[in-house]
Each structure stands twice: as structure tokens, then as C-alpha cells.
Design a protein around this ligand. Structure first.
Ligand SMILES: Nc1ncnc2c1ncn2[C@@H]1O[C@H](COP(=O)(O)OP(=O)(O)OP(=O)(O)O)[C@@H](O)[C@H]1O
Ligand SMILES: [Mg+2]
Length: 298
């Protein structure tokens, strides 16, 4: 008898083999969003603030952006926005809500899916509820250019699954040796199991550019030496008291303090990311994401 993971894989393979990129009439092209997972080895390094503000900057640059709060068990994004939500992905997975009913509109018109325990249950679902969820997700994802998954920290099974499934994984660290060591541990484990994972490094809470560069260099050199892996850098973000003030006021710092250095830096990262996107058009999209997600189920 096929086990449940096999049954789900078969289902997704069937979906993936359906023609993409056209409507039944073949007229308009469907969008394939770029899927990015944001993670870290150590907790509290600034992932959720980065995800939210980076997403807002992408949205302001004209990219339609969706943030999934994928921190299993601890909602982050809606708290940072000051708009706690009583619905989450959990309600979609248990069939009590449709995805479109739980997608929220946040600052600058960004869309987000509130966190909850939903993802834990994805691989425990029956084939019919999974099919319904995948239908909704792939239909809904066509509205976006970029989808950002904000995960919890560390090497949980769920986080590794997100990391391994995305087009790209941003690893956030701070200059603290413990954060760097944990970032390296995360990269090492993921790279060992899933060598095709594309990482980019974000160094948060730096004093200045040279501290960012030194921190990144430490990660780059150990990954090069021990994993034969080249780690590209997305950028460095200053440590700034205003970030904490913005968290307290439950308003994204880029909107509350648009002219501080860290807001300018994150805008530049978003612009550099977009420029890079235009250079390489290949994305695996949300169906690819789900496919790879299920492949990780063993
Ligand atoms: N650039 C920064 N400058 C100053 N403080 C910062 C900066 N980035 C984050 N912080 C501080 O770190 C705290 C934690 O940030 P955040 O919640 O984004 O981290 P996280 O990595 O998502 O945490 P968790 O692992 O718990 O999900 C913020 O509340 C803020 O006080
Ligand atoms: Mg967080």
C-alpha cells in the first residue's frame, strides 16, 4: 500500500505535469512568483523585521509581494504590523476558511498570510484536502511577483523543509560569534542534505559597513573551506535604536522612519534584488515549492 507521503507526491507530480503558463484559452500568461525563505541559525536576529520591511520595499518598487508568516507556533508579522489576526493558515488547512479569506492587506498594500500552526499539518492532510489547498495556493500565487516565507530560527524539521523548498534562502545573522556559528551550522546541514539550495547572506545589526563585511567574510570563508560552497551576500543593515522603537509602536521601521540609514539600506537591498531578478528569469514558483516541500517528506 502507498504511504501517505507517496500518495501526496503522486498528487503533486500530476499537478506539476499539467501545462503551466497559459489559461485554458491560452491567452494570458500566468505569473510565477519568486519564492524566498528567510531564516537564521540563532533566534532574535531580526528575520521578521527584515522580511516585513524588505517586503514593503519590494511592494513600493512595484513588485506584488506576499508574506507568509511561517513561524510555526509563534506569529510574528501581524504583531509587527499591530494588527493581530484571529485567522491563520490553520483555518485553511482544516477546511473552515478559503485562502482568500485569510490573506490580509498590510502597509503599502503588501499582502500577508498570518502565522499559526498551519504548516505543521500540511503533510498530515488527506489527499483531497491537500488538492483543494494546492488549487487555492497555486491560483492565488499567480497574483504575486514575490512570496516571502518568514520562518522560525534554527534547525527544526519544518524550517529545513522551507529552506530546502524555496528558490532562494536568505540567512540572517548578526556580527555576534554565536549567531555566525549557528548560521554556519544551519547552512552546513541544509547544504549537506540539499546541495542545490541557493543561499544569500544578510548581516543585520552592524555598527558599520566594515563590520558587515567582516561578518560575511567569516561565513564565506568557512563555507568555502569546509563545504566548497560560495555564499553570495545580499547586504548589511545597521544596528539602530529606531528599529526597536518601531517594533514597540507596531509600525514597520521603513514607514515610521524612512530616512534613517537602515531604512535606506533595506530599500537598496530590495532594489539590488530586483535588478538581479531581471538578470535571471528562472523561478521554480509555488508549484515547484510545494513539490520540493513534499519531496522532503520521508
Ligand atoms: N537592525 C536592527 N537594529 C536594532 N535592533 C534590531 C534590528 N533588527 C532587529 N532588532 C531588534 O531585534 C528584535 C528581534 O527582531 P525580530 O523579531 O525581527 O527577530 P527574529 O529573528 O524574527 O526573531 P525570532 O527568531 O524570535 O522569530 C527586534 O524587536 C528589535 O528590537
Ligand atoms: Mg521572527
Amino acid at each position: 500500500m502507498m504511504d501517505q507521503a507517496q500518495a501526496l507526491r503522486k498528487l503533486v507530480q500530476r499537478r506539476a505535469s499539467q501545462p503551466q503558463g497559459t489559461t485554458p484559452q491560452g491567452e494570458s500568461e500566468k505569473r510565477t512568483p519568486r519564492v524566498i525563505t528567510i531564516t537564521s541559525g540563532k533566534g532574535g536576529v531580526g528575520k521578521s523585521n527584515f522580511t516585513l520591511n524588505f517586503g514593503i520595499m519590494l511592494q513600493e518598487e512595484g513588485m506584488r509581494t506576499l508574506i507568509f508568516d511561517a513561524d510555526i507556533g509563534m506569529a510574528n508579522i501581524d504583531v509587527l504590523i499591530g494588527s493581530p489576526s484571529s485567522v491563520s493558515l490553520y483555518h485553511v488547512l482544516n477546511g473552515s476558511k478559503r485562502l482568500e479569506e485569510i490573506v490580509q492587506v498590510g502597509p503599502s498594500g503588501i499582502h500577508y498570510v498570518p502565522g499559526g500552526s498551519g504548516f505543521k499539518e500540511l503533510h498530515e492532510m488527506s489527499s483531497s484536502s491537500l488538492e483543494r489547498f494546492l488549487d487555492e495556493l497555486s491560483e492565488w500565487s499567480e497574483r504575486y511577483d514575490v512570496i516571502l516565507f518568514d520562518t522560525g530560527a534554527g534547525l527544526s524539521k519544518e524550517t529545513i523543509r522551507f529552506v530546502a523548498a524555496a528558490d532562494e534562502t536568505f540567512v540572517v545573522t548578526t556580527p555576534e560569534p554565536t549567531a555566525i556559528a549557528d548560521a554556519y551550522a544551519l547552512i552546513k546541514i541544509v547544504h549537506t542534505h540539499f546541495p542545490d539550495t541557493a543561499f544569500r547572506i544578510v548581516v543585520n545589526r552592524v555598527m558599520d559597513w566594515s563590520e558587515g563585511k567582516q561578518t560575511a567574510e567569516r561565513l564565506i570563508s568557512v563555507a568555502r573551506r569546509f563545504l566548497q560552497l560560495e555564499l553570495p551576500v545580499l547586504g548589511y543593515l545597521n544596528d539602530d535604536q529606531h528599529v526597536m522603537q518601531a517594533v514597540k509602536r507596531q509600525t514597520p521601521f521603513t514607514l515610521l522612519y524612512p530616512n534613517i540609514q537602515v531604512s535606506k539600506q533595506i530599500r537598496q537591498l530590495a532594489q539590488a534584488f530586483l535588478y538581479d531578478q531581471e538578470q535571471q528569469n528562472t523561478t521554480r514558483g509555488i508549484t515547484g515549492f510545494i513539490n520540493r516541500w513534499l519531496r522532503r517528506i520521508t
